[in-house]
Write a protein that binds this ligand. Structure first.
Ligand code: LMR
Length: 395
């Protein structure tokens, strides 16, 4: 029967990661997959994670199953971290641990499918390349709203609002990046989050917030501002969060799905749905990474250490943004220079065509997606001048 299968194209981001790994040029620059790298190019395990792992090795006394919604303490600590422990929305929220941010998105999509199968999910143009296959494979219809202007390299906020107002129907879902927009790094201002929340309520639209990079943008408070604002204004909010980047737990697959409901009774039903959906797909999420997050967030010393390491990653990326911005601030590079320094998190999308991105790869061993997305953490003090020269030369 398997001869009926058709070959599938490799995922563009994963294929880029593998192509870069295979490149033997010692001067290659890896700006591809969204993974943090230190100044030596290494993606190390955080000290807080290592210490938590040592403590946990001594404390863990069973490997028996946890539950279909995973580690409840992990869910509680993560919600407190993202929403604030005094957030009134916590009284009407359902949450489940998920297998990474992608597992969380999938559980969210399945819950929408169960609750409102005809809803359309509106995604930004552009959005993370896997959002569309991941969410639409749950059987949901997707559409797009304008977001990033590839000429100004900023958010077309008025167009975004006008488009949603004119085209989204009551009951639809709007997929948003809570911070550090992937792939552009262009985020909404505080004022824009408030205006967006008002529109969502007026049009009876539900926000679905993907919070994959929180803590790596401007600050923990700033990176969760938009989500908190939505929970103050919108009666219902869907949240998919990841610990891949901020805890550097990538392969451990640590994520969380949560829905703020209109009341606590509905939240209890939504939670039972999460358990039932997860049971049908993977039965239960993996525990190890979530147990480490619990260990870190519930221990003052480890939490402090983690916050310091998070600031270090964030500050390094801001510093690299400043340096790349300076290097691009020459004739022809002014718009990129201004954008790169103001954008947030790991990514910026440069105004390069696929041909130009391919040329950078083939002629300079500089790896970025064909959309022109760069991972700023892949740069360093030594390679920034060469990178800027190469970008300007292909433009
Ligand atoms: C990325 O956007 O590069 C990351 O989120 C990794 C991935 O799985 O695509």
């Amino acid at each position: 029967m398997f001869e009926a299968l058709t070959p599938q194209p490799a995922d563009a981001i994963i294929a880029l990661m593998q192509a870069c790994q295979a490149d033997t040029n010692p001067d290659k620059i890896d700006l591809g997959v969204g993974v943090y790298k230190d100044a030596t190019g290494a993606t190390t395990i955080l000290k807080a994670v290592k210490q938590a792992e040592q403590l946990w090795w001594n404390e863990e006394d069973t490997k028996t199953y946890v539950s279909t919604t995973g580690n409840a303490e992990f869910c509680r600590l993560m919600l407190d971290l993202m929403l604030g422990a005094d957030n009134p929305a916590l009284t009407r929220i359902a949450a489940s641990q998920a297998a990474g941010g992608s597992g969380a998105l999938r559980l969210g999509a399945e819950l929408i499918k169960a609750a409102s199968p005809n809803a359309t999910i509106w995604a930004s143009t552009p959005t993370w390349a896997n959002h569309i296959p991941l969410i639409s494979s749950a059987g949901l219809k997707m559409d797009s709203y304008p977001y990033y202007n590839r000429e100004t390299l900023g958010v077309d906020f008025e167009d975004m609002l006008a488009h949603l107002e004119a085209n989204a129907k009551a009951g639809d879902i709007v997929l948003l990046h809570g911070c550090c927009h992937n792939p552009t790094g262009a985020d909404l201002s505080h004022d824009e989050w408030g205006r967006l929340a008002d529109l969502l309520v007026a049009q009876n639209l539900t926000p679905f917030v993907d919070l994959a990079y929180f803590g790596l943008g401007r600050s923990m408070d700033d990176d969760t501002y938009g989500l908190r604002k939505l929970t103050q204004i919108c009666p219902e909010v869907i949240i998919a969060a990841s610990c891949s980047k901020n805890f550097a737990l990538y392969r451990e697959r640590v994520g969380l799905i949560a829905v703020v409901c209109k009341d606590a009774d509905t939240a209890a039903i939504a939670k039972s749905q999460f358990g039932a959906i997860q049971r049908k797909i993977i039965s239960m999420p993996p525990d190890h990474g979530a147990a480490l997050v619990v260990r870190i967030l519930s221990d003052e010393t480890l939490r402090q250490l983690w916050m310091e390491e998070l600031s270090e990653m964030r500050d390094r990326m801001r510093d690299l943004r400043r340096k790349l911005s300076e290097a691009l601030n020459v004739q022809g590079g002014e718009t990129m220079s201004a954008a790169v320094v103001n954008q947030n998190g790991m990514f910026s999308t440069l105004p390069l065509s696929p041909m130009q991105a391919i040329k950078l790869r083939e002629e300079y061993s500089i790896y970025m997606t064909n959309s022109g997305r760069i991972n700023i953490a892949g740069t360093n003090n030594e390679n920034i001048p060469r990178l800027a020269t190469a970008i300007l030369s292909v433009l």
